[in-house]
Design a protein around this ligand. Sequence first.
Ligand code: NVA
Length: 246
Amino acid sequence: IADLGGNPLVMDSGSTQAGRGEPIADTARVLGRMTSAVVWRTYHQADLETMAEYSGVPVINALSDDFHPCQILADWLTIKEHKGDLAGLTVAYVGDGANNMGQSYALGAATAGMHLRIGAPEGFHPADAVVDDARAIAAETGGSITLTSDPRVAVADADVVITDTWVSMGQEDEKAKRVTLFGEYSVTSDLMTHAKADAIVMHCLPAYRGLEIEANVIDGPQSVVWDEAENRLHAQKAVLAWLLDR
Ligand code: NVA
């Protein structure tokens, strides 16, 4: 925000009345009178939508329990830099397909005309409504969404292999259970032998080395995670500039 010439105002529940229980609609009305845009990382998707409805300014989802669209923009920029055109590429996402990243990859891959394969345990794929929306979009763009519980099937001949933490924000108490549940979905050098030889590996970070991704994979020659991390900066500036220009 500062790079773009704006004045970033950092607020959290501890330093505002929002933490005391002020209705989101009221906070939204006030923020809309004082700011040009709101970038909000929170839990409930519905709260973000209330913020958007009542603030009257652009509201950017900086992560919710359900979606993380800003990360998708940074990821697609990273894939473009390394692979060229997005349409037609095969992307494997392995791990927690039900989290904000799994759901956002479904919608993002469909929009870009990519073939997405999600390798996740039964019960940990994106919500049916999200898969239906993604497939409807894919029907228009030439992309596709495949759900499997076999990580090798997901990764077979993929151009891009992606994972994310098995323990998303707010799930810290479930860590032990989730580590057991997702154990066979780790992106290891062995799993990578099923992808294309020139496949790239991505992770939105922060990573648990040795859980969802092996240290020698994240640190290896196929990993583009530091480009991906840098691209959060460029992609998020582009979103703000685009929205405010409109
Ligand atoms: N699924 C992760 C994404 C972190 C950027 C989480 O919600 O914690």
